[in-house]
Design a protein around this ligand. Structure first.
Ligand SMILES: Nc1ncnc2c1ncn2[C@@H]1O[C@H](COP(=O)(O)OP(=O)(O)OP(=O)(O)O)[C@@H](O)[C@H]1O
Length: 306
């Protein structure tokens, strides 16, 4: 069974002239555990739209998105937010770090939503993740004191700190020079493999895309295989090492039951409530303070995803 599956996904929006714009027209995709795939397409072809749907930041107009074979459409907002936080890491073109926070604080941010011991160990785990990306000498640096490549490393550390099952990277090298971008891509691919996370890279840069196990192209709203893919690594490599740290949808459902009991018993002490107070909120369009910071959970009262 594929870890994530898109079935006949379409997305239409109302354009400025009030016409209907069909961005995605029946996208089918299966993402296996630990695989690295890339999606290329010209500007405006719908890459970010597709990534937002994969990341549970946006809803399709029609079609189904399944995690572990289970449809996600019926999930309540809070469960979607939890699933996103626990299973998906994001890396953005512009790094999206919080400027006033140190590297360690930025990386610890997603753990403010964790429902297990990692909430209490967030500083130590953030330092470990920064060490994994080679930034153990920059733990207390503010983003403004870091180079672009270092900032993207911090963002990668933030993406992996909760041991997600998939990392979604939207033009991760887009703001970097070619050499730095290549190093960052190598790190991202290596660290995904080490942690066992699948990696989905969207990019307009075919040399970046060609590093993936599988390369797809968005063309006229549908995904088609791209012949340039698999250049360096034609076989998927499910990761080893930290694989067992990651959680399935079933684990998550158990967690949610437990969380509900916890919140009913002691609402003022539930970690997420504090976390939600400290962090930003998500708008209906899915572009949010949280998403800008790479942390994308929201409170139930914050309105539905688009
Ligand atoms: N909410 C929206 N309302 C209107 N048009 C939209 C909306 N979202 C996306 N679009 C349009 O849909 C098309 C696809 O957008 P998207 O950002 O997904 O493309 P992209 O392939 O990621 O582009 P780029 O490579 O330039 O970032 C674009 O023409 C965009 O202007």
């Amino acid at each position: 069974m594929a870890f994530i599956e898109l079935r006949d996904i379409s997305k239409s929006v109302r354009a400025a002239d009030d016409s209907e714009l069909h961005i995605l027209r029946g996208v089918n995709l299966r993402i296996e555990e630990g695989e690295h795939l890339s999606i290329v397409g010209r500007s405006g072809s719908g890459k970010s739209t597709l990534l937002n749907i994969l990341g549970l930041l946006d809803a399709p107009t029609s079609g189904e998105l399944l995690f572990d074979g289970k449809p996600t459409a019926a999930l309540r907002l809070r469960a979607r937010d939890r699933m996103r936080g626990a299973q998906i890491g994001f890396v953005f073109q512009q790094f999206n770090l919080l400027e006033g926070r140190t590297a360690t604080e930025n990386v610890a941010m997603p753990l403010l939503y964790a429902r297990d011991r990692s909430f209490w160990r967030r500083d130590a785990l953030a330092r470990e993740a920064l060490t994994d990306v080679g930034l153990d000498h920059r733990l207390d640096s503010l983003p403004t004191r870091l180079s672009g490549g270092e900032q993207q490393r911090v963002a990668i550390a933030r993406a992996i700190v909760r041991r997600p099952r998939v990392i979604l990277a939207d033009e991760p090298t887009g703001a970097l020079d070619v050499e730095t971008g290549a190093r960052v891509m190598t790190l991202l691919a290596d660290i995904s493999k080490e942690t066992g996370a699948a990696l989905v890279t969207i990019t307009h840069d075919e040399s970046v895309a060609a590093r993936a196990d599988r390369m797809l192209r968005l063309d006229a709203g549908v995904l088609v295989p791209s012949s340039a893919g698999g250049g360096t690594d034609a076989v998927a490599h499910p990761g080893t090492g930290l694989h067992s740290d990651r959680r399935t949808t079933t684990d998550l459902e158990l967690d949610l039951d437990l969380d509900l009991e916890l919140e009913l018993d002691a609402p003022s002490t539930a970690p997420s409530l504090r976390a939600e107070t400290e962090t930003g909120t998500r708008s209906a369009a899915g572009t949010t303070a949280g998403a800008r910071a790479g942390t994308t959970e929201a409170t139930p009262a914050e309105g539905a995803s688009a």
